[in-house]
Design a protein around this ligand. Structure first.
Ligand SMILES: NC(=O)c1ccc[n+]([C@@H]2O[C@H](COP(=O)([O-])OP(=O)(O)OC[C@H]3O[C@@H](n4cnc5c(N)ncnc54)[C@H](OP(=O)(O)O)[C@@H]3O)[C@@H](O)[C@H]2O)c1
Length: 244
């Protein structure tokens, strides 16, 4: 992790002179990413919907000597995304090195219970917002001469985690956007990558994380028990199967 003094890290790596936009930077993963980039010397802009929380974070970062500014923006709203990118362009003189598409949300319920409005909320917040911000950021990333897009995806976009089908679909789509943008914009010297975390204790999941871990443990236990009793495992007589 970067240290408190902006621009220096124990690894000697520096992002001095670079600019970054991190969406959803006031809590959880986004907050940590803002701290890391700013700690390495990048000039960072972030956004969230809650002005009081955003102001509190900005005060904390300024106290640490970090160059961070912020905007109130609902990433699920097209017009607000356009205003955000205009602001970013204006404060960074039309050049952006790093775009971190971190904003995301989830509604945990069975697929058959999803309403059209809930479907739309997850699609616009997780996928459309990231897609549109990439479109808007493209000229700024290109102008920087060395652009980098990072999508905050999820393991749920690769395997079924039981976190909700539409959330998983948005993350899987992000993984594919990552590949397409990488190929399409390599000529503009813009890299595109995604990071797919498993569970991280943030405000998004803290109310369900204990339950999820218990359910995963139970599922694994039942799977192993059935394996032992199934006909395919008649040769297992006295094995102890350890749950890792
Ligand atoms: N935590 C995990 O276990 C986990 C695992 C895999 C992937 N992820 C992904 O990681 C990303 C961050 O998750 P997190 O766990 O750090 O979430 P979090 O703790 O809920 O933080 C989300 C941040 O985004 C902001 N935000 C949410 N909706 C927004 C919107 N419509 N417009 C603007 N800002 C918005 C929030 O501020 P406001 O609410 O004030 O707007 C907050 O700053 C998400 O894309 C999530 O899918 C998380």
């Amino acid at each position: 992790m970067a240290e408190g003094n902006a621009g220096f890290s124990s690894s000697g790596w520096s992002l001095r002179g670079t600019t970054a936009l991190v969406t959803g930077g006031t809590r959880g993963i986004g907050y940590a990413v803002v701290e890391e980039l700013a700690g390495l010397g990048a000039t960072v802009h972030t956004c969230s919907r809650n002005e009081a929380e955003l102001d509190k974070c900005l005060r904390e970062w300024h106290a640490k000597g970090f160059a961070v500014t912020g905007s109130v923006c609902d990433g699920s709203d097209r017009a607000q995304r356009e205003q955000l990118m205009e602001k970013v362009s204006s404060i960074f003189n039309g050049k952006l090195n790093i775009l971190i598409n971190n904003v995301g949300t989830n509604i945990r319920k069975p697929t058959v219970d999803f309403t059209a409005a809930e479907y739309s909320t997850i699609m616009t917040t997780n996928l459309e917002s990231a897609y549109h911000l990439c479109q808007l950021a493209h000229p700024l990333l290109k102008a920087s001469g060395a652009g980098s897009i990072v999508f905050v995806s999820s393991v749920a976009g690769v395997v079924s985690l039981g976190t909700g089908s539409i959330y998983a679909a948005t993350k899987a789509a992000m993984n594919q956007l990552t590949k397409n943008f990488a190929c399409e914009w390599a000529k503009d010297n813009i890299r595109s990558n995604s990071v797919a975390p498993w569970y991280i204790k943030t405000s998004l999941v803290e109310h369900v994380i204990s339950f999820i871990l218990l359910m995963l443990f139970l599922e694994y236990f039942i799977f192993l028990a059935m394996l032992i009793y199934s006909e395919k495992c008649v040769d297992i007589w006295h094995e102890t199967l350890v749950l890792h």
